[in-house]
Design a protein around this ligand. Sequence first.
Ligand SMILES: C[S@@+](CC[C@H](N)C(=O)[O-])C[C@H]1O[C@@H](n2cnc3c(N)ncnc32)[C@H](O)[C@@H]1O
Length: 225
Amino acid sequence: MRFDVLTLFPGLFESYLQQSLLKRAIQRELVSVHCWNIRDWAVGKHRSVDDTPYGGGPGMLLACPPVYECVEAVRQQVEDPGELIMLTPQGERWNQRLVEELSGQKRIVLLCGRYEGFDERIRLGLKPREISVGDFICNGGEVPAMLLIDTLIRLVPEVLGDETSSKYESFAEADLLEYPQYTRPRDFRGMTVPEVLLNGNHEEIARWRRQASLERTQERRGESG
Ligand SMILES: C[S@@+](CC[C@H](N)C(=O)[O-])C[C@H]1O[C@@H](n2cnc3c(N)ncnc32)[C@H](O)[C@@H]1O
Protein backbone atom coordinates (compact mmCIF):
# COMPACT_ATOMS: atom_id res chain seq x y z
CA MET A 1 0.00 0.00 0.00
CA ARG A 2 1.36 3.40 -0.94
CA PHE A 3 0.67 6.62 0.96
CA ASP A 4 1.48 10.12 -0.32
CA VAL A 5 1.25 12.78 2.36
CA LEU A 6 0.83 16.41 1.23
CA THR A 7 1.77 18.69 4.08
CA LEU A 8 3.49 21.94 5.03
CA PHE A 9 5.47 20.05 7.69
CA PRO A 10 6.97 16.89 6.16
CA GLY A 11 9.59 16.87 8.94
CA LEU A 12 6.90 15.80 11.42
CA PHE A 13 6.84 12.38 9.75
CA GLU A 14 10.58 11.65 10.00
CA SER A 15 10.53 10.09 13.44
CA TYR A 16 7.11 8.49 12.93
CA LEU A 17 8.33 6.58 9.88
CA GLN A 18 11.32 5.26 11.83
CA GLN A 19 9.35 3.40 14.49
CA SER A 20 8.33 -0.17 15.10
CA LEU A 21 5.65 -1.80 12.94
CA LEU A 22 5.61 0.91 10.28
CA LYS A 23 9.38 0.94 9.93
CA ARG A 24 9.42 -2.85 9.46
CA ALA A 25 6.52 -2.71 6.98
CA ILE A 26 8.46 -0.14 4.93
CA GLN A 27 11.67 -2.18 5.10
CA ARG A 28 9.76 -5.26 3.92
CA GLU A 29 8.22 -3.17 1.08
CA LEU A 30 4.67 -3.92 2.20
CA VAL A 31 4.02 -0.20 2.68
CA SER A 32 5.59 2.98 1.33
CA VAL A 33 5.09 6.53 2.57
CA HIS A 34 6.10 9.56 0.47
CA CYS A 35 5.92 13.02 2.00
CA TRP A 36 5.59 16.14 -0.14
CA ASN A 37 5.87 19.76 0.90
CA ILE A 38 2.96 21.77 -0.52
CA ARG A 39 5.20 24.86 -0.34
CA ASP A 40 7.37 23.40 -3.12
CA TRP A 41 4.50 24.21 -5.49
CA ALA A 42 4.08 27.79 -4.27
CA VAL A 43 5.39 30.63 -6.41
CA GLY A 44 6.56 34.18 -5.73
CA LYS A 45 9.26 35.66 -3.59
CA HIS A 46 7.80 34.36 -0.32
CA ARG A 47 6.43 31.04 -1.62
CA SER A 48 3.27 31.85 0.20
CA VAL A 49 0.67 29.07 0.59
CA ASP A 50 -1.98 30.88 2.60
CA ASP A 51 -4.04 34.06 2.51
CA THR A 52 -6.67 35.91 4.52
CA PRO A 53 -10.34 34.90 4.16
CA TYR A 54 -12.68 36.98 1.98
CA GLY A 55 -15.25 38.63 4.20
CA GLY A 56 -12.87 38.83 7.11
CA GLY A 57 -12.45 36.57 10.10
CA PRO A 58 -9.55 35.14 12.05
CA GLY A 59 -6.55 33.31 10.67
CA MET A 60 -5.40 32.28 7.24
CA LEU A 61 -6.60 29.75 4.69
CA LEU A 62 -4.63 27.38 2.49
CA ALA A 63 -4.99 28.87 -0.98
CA CYS A 64 -6.04 26.99 -4.12
CA PRO A 65 -3.03 27.45 -6.47
CA PRO A 66 -0.28 25.63 -4.50
CA VAL A 67 -2.63 22.92 -3.25
CA TYR A 68 -4.06 22.18 -6.72
CA GLU A 69 -0.56 22.15 -8.27
CA CYS A 70 0.76 19.85 -5.56
CA VAL A 71 -2.18 17.41 -5.64
CA GLU A 72 -2.15 17.19 -9.43
CA ALA A 73 1.63 16.71 -9.66
CA VAL A 74 1.78 14.07 -6.92
CA ARG A 75 -1.18 12.10 -8.27
CA GLN A 76 0.55 11.92 -11.64
CA GLN A 77 3.72 10.42 -10.13
CA VAL A 78 2.50 6.89 -10.82
CA GLU A 79 -0.21 5.42 -13.03
CA ASP A 80 -2.74 4.92 -10.22
CA PRO A 81 -3.83 8.42 -9.07
CA GLY A 82 -5.03 6.89 -5.79
CA GLU A 83 -7.86 7.92 -3.51
CA LEU A 84 -7.52 11.57 -2.50
CA ILE A 85 -8.36 12.15 1.16
CA MET A 86 -8.69 15.58 2.73
CA LEU A 87 -8.21 15.61 6.50
CA THR A 88 -10.86 17.89 7.97
CA PRO A 89 -12.94 17.96 11.16
CA GLN A 90 -15.96 18.35 8.86
CA GLY A 91 -15.49 14.97 7.15
CA GLU A 92 -16.85 11.44 7.69
CA ARG A 93 -15.81 10.23 11.13
CA TRP A 94 -12.99 7.69 10.96
CA ASN A 95 -13.86 4.30 12.37
CA GLN A 96 -12.94 0.66 11.84
CA ARG A 97 -15.56 0.22 9.08
CA LEU A 98 -13.86 2.99 7.08
CA VAL A 99 -10.45 1.47 7.84
CA GLU A 100 -11.67 -1.82 6.35
CA GLU A 101 -13.17 -0.07 3.33
CA LEU A 102 -10.07 1.97 2.53
CA SER A 103 -7.63 -0.84 3.26
CA GLY A 104 -8.61 -2.21 -0.18
CA GLN A 105 -6.90 0.77 -1.88
CA LYS A 106 -3.43 0.41 -3.38
CA ARG A 107 -2.65 4.12 -3.08
CA ILE A 108 -3.95 6.83 -0.76
CA VAL A 109 -3.09 10.53 -1.07
CA LEU A 110 -3.52 12.39 2.22
CA LEU A 111 -4.00 16.15 2.09
CA CYS A 112 -3.19 17.82 5.42
CA GLY A 113 -4.59 21.23 6.24
CA ARG A 114 -3.15 23.91 8.54
CA TYR A 115 -4.16 27.36 9.80
CA GLU A 116 -7.96 27.83 9.54
CA GLY A 117 -8.25 25.14 6.89
CA PHE A 118 -8.83 25.11 3.14
CA ASP A 119 -10.29 27.49 0.58
CA GLU A 120 -13.68 25.86 -0.18
CA ARG A 121 -12.75 25.48 -3.87
CA ILE A 122 -10.11 22.90 -2.95
CA ARG A 123 -12.97 20.66 -1.81
CA LEU A 124 -15.26 21.62 -4.71
CA GLY A 125 -12.72 21.18 -7.50
CA LEU A 126 -10.53 18.31 -6.33
CA LYS A 127 -13.47 16.32 -4.90
CA PRO A 128 -11.52 14.55 -2.18
CA ARG A 129 -13.07 12.12 0.26
CA GLU A 130 -13.24 14.15 3.48
CA ILE A 131 -12.23 12.37 6.68
CA SER A 132 -12.33 13.53 10.29
CA VAL A 133 -10.58 11.68 13.10
CA GLY A 134 -13.13 12.93 15.64
CA ASP A 135 -15.17 15.85 16.83
CA PHE A 136 -12.30 18.02 18.02
CA ILE A 137 -9.87 20.41 16.37
CA CYS A 138 -6.23 19.47 15.80
CA ASN A 139 -3.63 22.06 14.84
CA GLY A 140 -3.08 20.41 11.49
CA GLY A 141 -3.86 17.36 9.39
CA GLU A 142 -0.52 15.65 10.10
CA VAL A 143 -1.46 13.80 13.29
CA PRO A 144 -4.82 12.75 11.74
CA ALA A 145 -2.89 11.52 8.65
CA MET A 146 -0.58 9.47 10.89
CA LEU A 147 -3.63 8.02 12.58
CA LEU A 148 -5.06 6.91 9.21
CA ILE A 149 -1.74 5.36 8.18
CA ASP A 150 -1.40 3.66 11.57
CA THR A 151 -4.82 2.07 11.40
CA LEU A 152 -4.72 1.15 7.70
CA ILE A 153 -1.36 -0.63 7.68
CA ARG A 154 -2.62 -3.07 10.32
CA LEU A 155 -4.89 -4.54 7.64
CA VAL A 156 -2.20 -4.81 4.96
CA PRO A 157 -1.47 -8.53 4.63
CA GLU A 158 1.71 -9.65 6.47
CA VAL A 159 2.24 -6.35 8.32
CA LEU A 160 1.13 -7.79 11.65
CA GLY A 161 3.30 -10.67 12.77
CA ASP A 162 0.29 -12.72 13.81
CA GLU A 163 -2.42 -12.47 11.15
CA THR A 164 -5.10 -13.32 13.67
CA SER A 165 -4.41 -10.33 15.91
CA SER A 166 -6.43 -7.79 13.92
CA LYS A 167 -9.31 -10.29 13.73
CA TYR A 168 -9.85 -10.39 17.49
CA GLU A 169 -9.38 -6.74 18.34
CA SER A 170 -12.08 -4.30 19.37
CA PHE A 171 -14.42 -3.36 16.47
CA ALA A 172 -13.21 -6.28 14.35
CA GLU A 173 -16.70 -7.76 14.58
CA ALA A 174 -19.91 -5.73 14.64
CA ASP A 175 -18.48 -2.95 16.81
CA LEU A 176 -17.74 -5.31 19.70
CA LEU A 177 -15.04 -4.21 22.14
CA GLU A 178 -12.27 -6.66 22.93
CA TYR A 179 -12.49 -8.91 26.02
CA PRO A 180 -10.15 -8.21 29.00
CA GLN A 181 -6.63 -9.58 28.57
CA TYR A 182 -4.05 -10.67 31.17
CA THR A 183 -0.37 -11.59 31.19
CA ARG A 184 2.05 -12.67 33.96
CA PRO A 185 2.12 -12.42 36.96
CA ARG A 186 -0.97 -14.44 37.84
CA ASP A 187 -1.50 -12.43 41.03
CA PHE A 188 -0.61 -8.73 41.01
CA ARG A 189 -1.30 -6.84 44.23
CA GLY A 190 -4.22 -9.14 44.99
CA MET A 191 -5.75 -8.80 41.51
CA THR A 192 -5.86 -12.31 40.07
CA VAL A 193 -6.31 -13.67 36.58
CA PRO A 194 -9.77 -15.26 36.02
CA GLU A 195 -9.50 -19.03 36.61
CA VAL A 196 -11.10 -19.86 33.27
CA LEU A 197 -8.08 -18.48 31.42
CA LEU A 198 -5.74 -20.86 33.23
CA ASN A 199 -7.49 -24.17 32.63
CA GLY A 200 -6.41 -24.74 29.02
CA ASN A 201 -9.97 -25.50 27.89
CA HIS A 202 -10.11 -23.52 24.67
CA GLU A 203 -13.84 -23.84 24.12
CA GLU A 204 -14.57 -22.55 27.60
CA ILE A 205 -12.08 -19.72 27.16
CA ALA A 206 -13.67 -18.72 23.84
CA ARG A 207 -17.14 -18.70 25.48
CA TRP A 208 -15.89 -16.61 28.41
CA ARG A 209 -14.21 -14.13 26.08
CA ARG A 210 -17.30 -13.79 23.91
CA GLN A 211 -19.47 -13.13 26.95
CA ALA A 212 -16.95 -10.65 28.43
CA SER A 213 -16.78 -8.87 25.10
CA LEU A 214 -20.58 -8.52 24.90
CA GLU A 215 -20.81 -7.30 28.51
CA ARG A 216 -18.03 -4.77 28.08
CA THR A 217 -19.58 -3.42 24.88
CA GLN A 218 -22.99 -3.09 26.53
CA GLU A 219 -21.48 -1.45 29.62
CA ARG A 220 -19.31 1.07 27.72
CA ARG A 221 -21.21 1.69 24.53
CA GLY A 222 -24.79 0.98 25.63
CA GLU A 223 -27.38 0.79 22.90
CA SER A 224 -25.09 2.30 20.31
CA GLY A 225 -22.60 -0.56 20.98
C1 LIG B 1 -7.12 24.26 13.00
S1 LIG B 1 -7.74 23.14 11.84
C2 LIG B 1 -8.92 24.09 10.97
C3 LIG B 1 -10.34 23.81 11.35
C4 LIG B 1 -11.38 24.60 10.56
N1 LIG B 1 -11.30 26.00 10.86
C5 LIG B 1 -12.78 24.08 10.86
O1 LIG B 1 -13.44 24.60 11.75
O2 LIG B 1 -13.20 23.11 10.22
C6 LIG B 1 -6.42 22.99 10.69
C7 LIG B 1 -6.37 21.68 9.95
O3 LIG B 1 -6.17 20.61 10.85
C8 LIG B 1 -6.76 19.43 10.33
N2 LIG B 1 -7.68 18.89 11.34
C9 LIG B 1 -8.05 19.51 12.49
N3 LIG B 1 -8.90 18.75 13.20
C10 LIG B 1 -9.09 17.62 12.49
C11 LIG B 1 -9.89 16.47 12.67
N4 LIG B 1 -10.66 16.31 13.76
N5 LIG B 1 -9.85 15.49 11.73
C12 LIG B 1 -9.08 15.64 10.62
N6 LIG B 1 -8.31 16.72 10.39
C13 LIG B 1 -8.32 17.71 11.29
C14 LIG B 1 -7.44 19.78 9.03
O4 LIG B 1 -6.60 19.42 7.96
C15 LIG B 1 -7.60 21.28 9.16
O5 LIG B 1 -7.64 21.91 7.91
